[in-house]
Design a protein around this ligand. Structure first.
Ligand SMILES: O=C(O)CCC(=O)C(=O)O
Length: 303
């Protein structure tokens, strides 16, 4: 087993048991700074396009608009590998957003935004079920008490514990506050009860949030159908990278994850590419490798 396999297996075990897991150092310090700048740019672009002055809490379509920054993060082997370990190989992106919450009065420190389950969530029946979606929050500042840490109720992805209406914005005895570092990812099962906390720091509280969902479920928040996403899909198909094609919503790539293909896995820009399909030969594979290099080269990685 590689170090990556061990990391993924350990993370998967934690998420199955508790409903969430922390993955440290998904973004470096300079990448965090770059994403904070990107959030400003995304907000400005959105305000310009919509002709409004207020700052949007969520800017979506970020893969379409900023593919060079966003693709390497959503396709990070540890994140996508974790999603596949928990959900099976049929994984696609559901949405990628840059989120921000402005500061509020410091007297409100410790207030919750509200307990909820995310899309596809339902009242659990007491047994673990594989996630239909995994939500990844990559926070872009240290999640101190002032910034407003994410709160989770461990085990609530499977326990049939009900909350009363008045508890929905209350801190609860079994909650865990996640004081993650900037650039750390927190990944949660779609059925986990969780809540943000209000931001009483001086800066905007920001995260890059993305969702992995089963390919059989319709993408609700993002069509991934603009020119950049289409070009990424075409390029993934051309280079035989079915894993990336699936991630980007290519329906044809959902028919190709045969056991044979998976066993023949080789390294690719996203970590693993499935083996050759019917009729491919070593020369064809070499050509694919060459094209893969020329298509994206080092440009796919963030500096
Ligand atoms: O603000 C946070 O930390 C979490 C946001 C959240 O719960 C959500 O987007 O579903």
């Amino acid at each position: 087993m590689t170090m990556l396999d061990v990391e993924i297996r350990t993370a998967a075990d934690h998420l199955i048991e508790h409903g969430y897991v922390r993955l440290p150092v998904v973004l470096s310090e300079s990448q965090v700074a770059r994403f904070r700048r990107l959030r400003e740019q995304a907000v400005d672009d959105w305000r310009f396009a919509s002709g409004v002055a207020e700052r949007p809490a969520f800017v979506s379509g970020t893969l379409e608009h900023y593919p060079r920054a966003v693709l390497p993060v959503v396709a990070r082997p540890v994140l996508l590998g974790l999603a596949e370990a928990l959900m099976g190989l049929m994984v696609r992106l559901d949405s990628v957003v840059l989120a921000g919450a402005g500061p509020v009065d410091t007297g409100r420190r410790g207030e919750l935004v509200g307990w909820h389950r995310d899309r596809f969530g339902c009242f659990p029946n007491g047994t673990y079920s594989r996630p239909l979606a995994l939500i990844c929050f990559i926070y872009l500042q240290p999640m101190t008490a002032a910034a407003g840490p994410l709160r989770v109720l461990p085990g609530s992805h499977r326990d049939p514990a009900a909350l009363e209406a008045e508890q929905l914005v209350s801190s609860l005895p079994s909650e865990v506050l996640i004081d993650s570092h900037a650039g750390e990812a927190v990944v949660i099962h779609h059925n986990l009860l969780h809540s943000g906390s209000v931001n009483t720091s001086e800066d905007e509280r920001q995260f890059l949030g993305h969702v992995y969902a089963l390919t059989s479920l319709r993408a609700e928040d993002d069509s991934f159908d603009g020119p950049s996403c289409r070009a990424l899909r075409t390029s993934a198909r051309r280079t035989g990278d079915r894993r990336l094609a699936r991630l980007l919503g290519d329906r044809r790539a959902t028919r190709c994850a045969t056991e044979r293909g998976v066993r023949a896995a080789t390294r690719s820009r996203v970590g693993v590419v499935e083996g050759p399909g019917r009729g491919s030969r070593p020369q064809a594979r070499r050509r694919v490798q060459q094209r893969r290099t020329s298509a994206h080269g080092s440009g796919a990685e963030m500096s």
